[in-house]
Design a protein around this ligand. Structure first.
Ligand code: CTP
Ligand code: CA
Length: 222
C-alpha cells in the first residue's frame, strides 16, 4: 500500500460525477426513466475520493448509500442534473456516468391521468439538454478533463468514437451492455476511447474498474 502524498494524488483537485438514471415525470405518479443501477458512477465517486479528490456526486434516483467523503446532491430530472452539475463547477475533472433520459414529456400533467378518460394519452416528447456536451463546451469553466460514458449494444468502439467527437469530451468509457452481468450487475468490461487510441480493459468488478479509472484520471491531472 502506498502511503503519504503518493497514495492521495488528487488532494486539492475537484471532481464532479453524475450517476444513476434520471426520472422524467408524465404526471404526479408516472414517468419515464432509464435502466441504471448507479453502481458504476458511485464506485467512481468513491475511488476519486479515496485518492484525495473533493468529489460532488450528482445522483438520479437510486437506492445506494453515499460513498464516504463524497458530497452528494440528489436530483430527479435531466434539467435538475444539468443545473446541479453547473453549480458544482469549477472542477478539474467531470465524469458523466449518468444514464440521462434523452426525452421528456413536453409538459408534465399536474394531476393524475385517468384510464377511463378515453384511452391512452398522446404524449409529446422533447429532447433533454445534453449535460456532457454542455459541460464540455463550457469555455473557461470547462473541467480540464471531461469523461463521458457510453452504454452500447453493438458497434461499441465505433459508436464511442462518434460520441467522443460529437460531445467534445476527452475520453469515452464504453461498455457493451448486452454482456451478462453488466446492466445492474457487479461487473464491467470497458473500452477507454481517447482521441488517439482505444484500450480494451479486462472484465472486472465495477469497484476495480472504478479504481482503474480514478488512477488514470490522477495520472492525466498530474
Ligand atoms: N449524457 C448527458 N446528457 C444527456 C445524454 C447523455 O450528459 N442528455 C451523457 C451520458 O452521461 C454519457 C454520454 O453522454 O456520459 C453518452 O450517453 P449516451 O446516452 O450513450 O449518448 P447519447 O448522445 O444520448 O446517444 P444515444 O442515442 O446512443 O442514447
Ligand atoms: Ca442517450
Amino acid at each position: 500500500m502506498l502511503e503519504g502524498p503518493a497514495a492521495k494524488p488528487l488532494v486539492g483537485k475537484r471532481a464532479l460525477v453524475t450517476a444513476g438514471p434520471t426520472f422524467e415525470p408524465i404526471d404526479p405518479v408516472r414517468g419515464i426513466t432509464n435502466r441504471s443501477s448507479g453502481k458504476q458512477g458511485f464506485a467512481i465517486a468513491e475511488a476519486l475520493a479515496r485518492l484525495g479528490a473533493e468529489v460532488t456526486l450528482i445522483a438520479g434516483p437510486v437506492f445506494l448509500p453515499t460513498p464516504p467523503g463524497v458530497k452528494r446532491v440528489d436530483v430527479e430530472t435531466a434539467r435538475q442534473m444539468l443545473a446541479a452539475s453547473q453549480a458544482a463547477l469549477p472542477a478539474d475533472v467531470g465524469v458523466f456516468v449518468a444514464a440521462v433520459a434523452d426525452w421528456r414529456v413536453d409538459e408534465a400533467f399536474g394531476a393524475k391521468l385517468k384510464k377511463e378518460k378515453g384511452g391512452p394519452p398522446a404524449l409529446t416528447f422533447v429532447e433533454n439538454p445534453d449535460i456532457l456536451a454542455t459541460l464540455s463546451a463550457s469555455g473557461p469553466q470547462r473541467p480540464k478533463l471531461v469523461v463521458g460514458f457510453a452504454a452500447e449494444t453493438d458497434h461499441v468502439e465505433e459508436h464511442a468514437r462518434a460520441k467522443l467527437a460529437r460531445k467534445g469530451c476527452d475520453w469515452i468509457i464504453a461498455n457493451d451492455v448486452t454482456q451478462p452481468g453488466v446492466m445492474g450487475g457487479g461487473e464491467n468490461a470497458v473500452l477507454l476511447v481517447t482521441k488517439d487510441k482505444t484500450e480494451r480493459w479486462d472484465r472486472a468488478a465495477k469497484d476495480a474498474v472504478a479504481a482503474q479509472i480514478a488512477a488514470r484520471i490522477a495520472q492525466a491531472l498530474a
